[in-house]
Each structure stands twice: as C-alpha cells, then as structure tokens.
Design a protein around this ligand. Structure first.
Ligand code: AMP
Ligand code: ZN
Length: 668
C-alpha cells in the first residue's frame, strides 16, 4: 500500500474509534490498541511531512500556543434567546407568533438548555475549518486549535450528504464527573478548586496552550445547523442530520405537537435533569418548521421562533445549626455550614459550603439564622442569602475562628488570599495525616496495601509522624492495630518496600511541596536530574526554568530550607527512595525472564508501554500480543479491559503491577 493510503486508512480508523468512544460512548477497541495506531500514524506523518493534515487525529493532542486570539466575524449572526419563566410566558409567546403565522398547525422541538459556553463551528467539504466563540454575536474569537482537542467534535464528517459549507452551533460543557476530577487534582496540590463547571468550560476555550485544553474532559453538545441549501426542513431533522454526520446531539430532544406537550417536557425535565451527567438550566422551545422560522424572523437580539424556559434554581430555606471548620493537607481552613437536614433537588442536604471568612461577612451569616440554600453546578450546595425576617433577636455576628480547631495554633492569612491557614505544618494532625495520605497516593508513591484510613490509624497510634516513618514499620508493630491481619500487615510492609522503585519525578510530587503538582514535578525532575541540584537551586534559578513561576519557586525554596524536611529527605535516601532520574531503558540487561511470556495491558504511571516491553525483552523475556494459556504473566496498568481481566483470571495467569515487574528484574 502506498504511504498516503496507509495514512488515510489510519486516520479514518482513528476518527471512527474517536466517534465510537466519545460520541457513542461505545468503544470497540482498547485504549492500548488505539494508542498503537495513533503512534503508527504519528510516526508516518513525521516521516512524511508532505502529507500533513490539520484535521488529522494526531492534531487532537494540541501543543499550539495562542498569545492573542484573532477576532473574526460570524458568517451567520449568533443570537441570544428570549427567556421565559412561567407557562403564562409561553402562552403569550405562542399567541404572538400565531398572530404572525395566522393560526397554523404548529410543532415545536423541545431541547434541554445546556449550561456552558456557546461555540460556532464552520465545516467546509466535511472538514472542520474554524471554531469561533460567541463574542458579541457579530464577531468572536477564533479558538479553532483549542476546539480541535475536544474529542467528541468531528474533524472529518461522516457520510456524504452534508452541505458544502455550513455552521453548526453548540455548547462546550464540562460534565460533573470530569469537573470533580479536575478539582480533586487541584485540591491534592493545595490549589483552590474551580467554582463551577460552566465557568471552567468557558475559561478553557481561551487557554493559550491547546495541550492544556486537550487534558480537560470537555464535551460539545450540538443544537443548531445554519447555512445555505440545508438538506432538511425542520429543526428536529436538523438535529438528526447533525447526529448522522458524527456530532454529539443529545437524545433528549423531542417534538411537541402542542404547548401542552411542551409543558409535559418541561415538567419531566425539571425533575429528571438532576440525573443528567451535566448541568442544564432550562428548556429551549423552537418552532420546528424552518419555513415558519423564516416567516417569524428575528428581533434585534433573538429569534422570534425560539424561546428559553428557565428552570428555577432549586432553593430551600433551612436553619443554620452551627459552623465547623475543616483543616486541609496544606493547612487551608474551610468553613462548613451544618444545616437542619432538608430536601433539595432530590437529595437530603445537611451541609453547605461557606467558602471563606469574606463570604460569611458579606452575607452576614449567623448561627441560628434561616438561610436560603441553592444547588447550582456545584455538587456541594451553597448558602445564597439569609432570611433576615426570621433572625432571632439574640443572634450574634459570626466571629471567624482565630485559632486552628485541631491544634490551636493562631491562624494566618496572607495578603491577597481568601483562605486562612494553620501554619503549624509539622504539628497539626490533619495536615500530617493529609501529607502522608498524599505521599502514598497512586500518582505519588503508589503504595499498595496502604489506604487513607490506615494512615490515620497509624498516626493515631503513634506509629508514624511523617512519611519517612513508613519505611521503618514492621509487621509486628502494626499487627496489634484494629482489623489488621498478618497478611494485610505483610502487604503493607511490602508495599512500602516496593515504593523505593518509584521514579524520582513521582517522589518529588509525593513530597507534597505546595504548588508542585504532577506536571511541575516532572518539569523539575527533568531539569535538575536529582534532589541535591534541586535543593541548591535559588529562587532565580528556579524562575528561569520553563513554566516555573515565582509562586512555585518560592514554595520550593522554602521547602528545602526547612530543617525538618532536610532530615526527612535524608532518611528517605537511606531507605533507598529514588532521588535522581534513572535512564530507564538501560536499567539492566539480565536473563532473569528467560523463557517467560508477558502480556502488557493498560496504562502505566512509571513506564510507557514501549519502555516496559523493551525492559521485558532486555531481560530475556518475550512479549505476547494476547492472553493465552502460554502466557506466564500479565503486567496490568490502569484501565485494563474487563475482557482481558476475565480471561487472565480464567486461565489462572498471575496479574502483576509495574512495581511487581520492577521487583522481578531488580531483585537478586
Ligand atoms: P442566553 O445566553 O441566555 O441568551 O441563551 C442563549 C444561549 O443558550 C445560546 O447562545 C446557547 O449557547 C445556549 N444554549 C444551550 N442549549 C441550547 C439549545 N438547546 N438551543 C439553543 N441554544 C442553547
Ligand atoms: Zn492546626
């Protein structure tokens, strides 16, 4: 096959797999196989730059930097929608349009109103040509490179019957699950979490580095096709066509034959929207036939043929019983409202976030108050106002705590920061426990056999004071602990021992230096190669490293200046923890794996799959492509397919982790 043909075939295949995975939620190959094909395509494209295509699936990883987004005019104006808040409003609307149309038989398309950032994407000859934000409706920002990284947006359309050129409109959203995950990662490194999915989605569109956008689990839900010579006659058919061309068009849309049916749709989704994986804030009702839409036309701001019905943000009043204060791993204090339990949006709410001292002061929230609680895009509800008419006469202004609820140290609040902090880094129990929990977590030291609760148990029983103490734990020390059996005690000790194989970059992340997340840890590890060099770096040195800002640099310097940290690192070194970069490929070449057949599956943290395979072969082993009775070991990472897992279990083939594998080739 000619090279170009192979390239084209791979692109088509990868486009189809992207579609199956991100639009249909129905993958037909494993991530592993997908990665292999993508790599194959990438290699071919590298070798043959003459076949470059801006819409190749390889372009989805991003990497372009946009300093200033170009302002461009919309070919078709992007209108707003008129809002309605009651069924009367909708009846009025129908009367108005029936006056124009002359009381015709009307059908409506009912859709959910997705809460994100709107986008207009132009396709030419089936290829994504340009994506522009709404802006002022007449012109917006060209964010094409960022949009291409969103995998549910087709770069190449399916089928044949699309117009030569058209615009499609949609909403860029961040589903709850992805949003929570992003926030979890921020919390882990002591950063402030994002406040809601909509703002985060909308902020993502204007990120300068498109590879950062690629990392965010954004989606695009499409709702409108516009252009000349469209091959359909109604809004609903438009949605169906878009779906056929490969776009993600939610299935909830429905045709209503009357306003009564529109009301039914609204009533149903007012309740059931809480089960959707993303945020919606209403229903959009559109006159279905395009012919009628054209007769109705537009006002200065919005189409006359469509109207949004806004759901009432669910709100309840309840009593604020008390305020408690939580201390995080970094010492940040979070105030939490303890409420009289109340039903809200399908769940019973007992607690609400109060954010920080300013928020409490601004709303003048007092214990004993009746407060209004609302559930928006966030998972934790928030207090939006106080019902002053119900305030008890003897109520007192809330004095924010001045001392840590856990260790009684005086709290500090840095210039320009919203949160108070407990500065007792080494003596405050939740900070100590939180740091050790971070240390053992999967992306850090990945210690098997040890979980967050056991860490608290170990600390409370004075067995560990810091993460270096983990390496001195002995089976007989931990056996007396509650629910600790011989086997689990041994696993714990072994897990700790195995963590000495975890590479330097993960160790650096595990140390829990404020603002040093996974990515920064990688950068620093790569730049400095070992901990001595890093610990000697001055503020200036650090700032000169690519992507390291002053805030991170200062935090690193502070960490290494601290005497206790120096001692802990010294101890970790003695226990054999990795404090320098190892050139992995040459770890060793032995014949330890002679005659053994391995199958590698899933995603790994310490190695790429290729490195793992090289290591197997360098040590005399063989790599098999699928699991069979001949397989000796399956090396499993994350997301190993369930079918493979089942097969391995059925054939009784040992499944080992990458750390287990490292042990195999390094132990004597
Ligand atoms: P507004 O911003 O309140 O003027 O509402 C108009 C916006 O609602 C549009 O610009 C779209 O971004 C958004 N929207 C969300 N879902 C839909 C939908 N199903 N149909 C039309 N617009 C929608
Ligand atoms: Zn404290």
């Amino acid at each position: 096959m000619a090279v170009l043909e192979t390239i084209q075939k791979l692109r088509d295949e990868l486009n189809l797999h992207n579609y199956n995975y991100y639009v249909m939620d129905n993958p037909t190959i494993s991530d592993y196989e997908f990665d292999i094909k993508l790599k194959e395509l990438q290699d071919l494209e590298n070798k043959h730059p003459e076949f470059f295509d801006a819409n190749s699936p390889t372009q989805r990883v991003g990497g372009t930097i946009t300093k200033n987004f170009q302002t461009v005019a919309h070919t078709h104006r992007m209108y707003s929608l008129d809002n309605s808040y009651s069924k009367e409003d909708l009846l009025d609307w129908e009367n108005r349009i029936q006056k124009v149309l002359g009381n015709v038989d009307l059908q409506y398309t009912c859709e959910l109103k997705y809460d994100g950032a709107s986008i207009s994407i132009t396709y030419e000859n089936g290829k994504l040509a340009r994506a522009v934000t709404r802006g002022d409706g007449f012109q917006g920002d060209d964010v094409t490179n960022n949009i291409k990284t969103i995998k549910s947006i087709p770069l190449q359309l399916k089928g044949q019957d699309f117009p030569e050129k058209f615009d499609i409109r949609g909403e860029i959203i961040l589903p709850f699950a992805g949003f929570e995950k992003m926030n979890q990662e921020l919390i882990e490194i002591g950063e402030t979490p994002y406040s809601n999915p909509r703002n985060t989605a909308s902020g993502s569109l204007k990120l300068q580095d498109s590879s950062e956008v690629a990392k965010r689990p954004l989606e695009c839900l499409l709702y409108f096709v516009t252009g000349e010579k469209l091959p359909f006659e109604s809004q609903f058919e438009g949605l169906e066509s878009a779906r056929k061309w490969g776009f993600k068009v939610p299935k909830e849309a429905k045709i209503a034959g009357s306003l009564q049916e529109v009301f039914d749709f609204i009533d149903y989704w007012d309740v059931h929207r809480h089960n959707l994986p993303y945020e919606t804030d209403g229903v959009v009702v559109k006159v279905n036939l395009i012919q009628y839409q054209e007769e109705l036309g537009y006002t200065a701001k919005s189409p006359r043929w469509a109207i949004a019905y806004k759901f009432k943000a669910e709100q309840v009043a309840t009593k604020l019983n008390s305020i408690s204060y939580q201390v995080g791993r970094t010492g940040a204090i979070t105030p939490v409202a303890n409420l009289e339990p109340v039903q809200l949006a399908g769940t019973i709410v007992k607690r609400a976030s109060l954010h920080n001292a300013d928020q409490i002061e601004k709303l003048d929230i007092r214990i004993g108050d009746t407060v209004f609680v609302e559930k928006g895009g966030e998972i934790i509800p928030k207090i939006i106002a106080v019902d002053l008419s119900k305030r008890p006469e003897d109520s007192k202004i809330t004095d924010y705590i001045t001392h840590c609820p856990e260790c009684n140290s005086e709290l500090v609040r840095n210039e320009g920061e919203a949160n108070h902090y407990c500065p007792n880094f080494y003596g405050c129990p939740p900070q100590i426990i939180g740091r050790i929990q971070h240390f053992i977590s999967r992306k850090a030291m990945d210690i098997e056999g040890l979980g967050g609760e056991t860490v608290a148990l170990l600390y409370n029983n004075h067995l560990v004071q810091n993460y270096a103490d983990l390496y001195e734990l002995k089976v007989e020390d931990i056996l007396p602990l509650e629910r600790m059996a011989q086997k689990s005690a041994e696993n714990l000790v072994n897990g700790v021992k195995k963590s000495t194989l975890i590479p330097f970059e993960s160790v650096l992340y595990a140390l829990g230096i404020r603002y040093v997340g996974e990515t920064v840890a990688k950068k620093l590890a790569k730049h400095y190669k070992n901990i001595e060099a890093l610990s000697r770096a001055t503020l200036m040195d650090l700032i000169l490293v690519d992507e390291i800002g002053e805030r991170i640099a200062q935090s690193v310097v502070d960490f290494f200046e601290n005497e206790e940290n120096k001692i802990i690192i010294q101890r970790l070194k003695q226990y054999g923890v990795q404090f320098e970069i190892v050139e992995k490929i040459n770890i060793n070449a032995t014949n330890k794996l002679e005659g053994k057949i391995f199958v590698v599956s899933g995603v790994f943290t310490q190695f790429s799959r290729e490195e793992l395979k090289t290591a197997i072969e360098d040590n005399g082993g063989k790599v098999g492509s699928s699991i069979s009775s001949k397989t000796d070991y399956v090396v499993a990472g994350d997301n190993m397919g369930p079918a493979k897992l089942e097969k391995a279990n059925k054939l009784n083939i040992p499944i080992i982790s990458e750390s287990d594998f490292m042990m195999m080739i390094t132990e004597n």
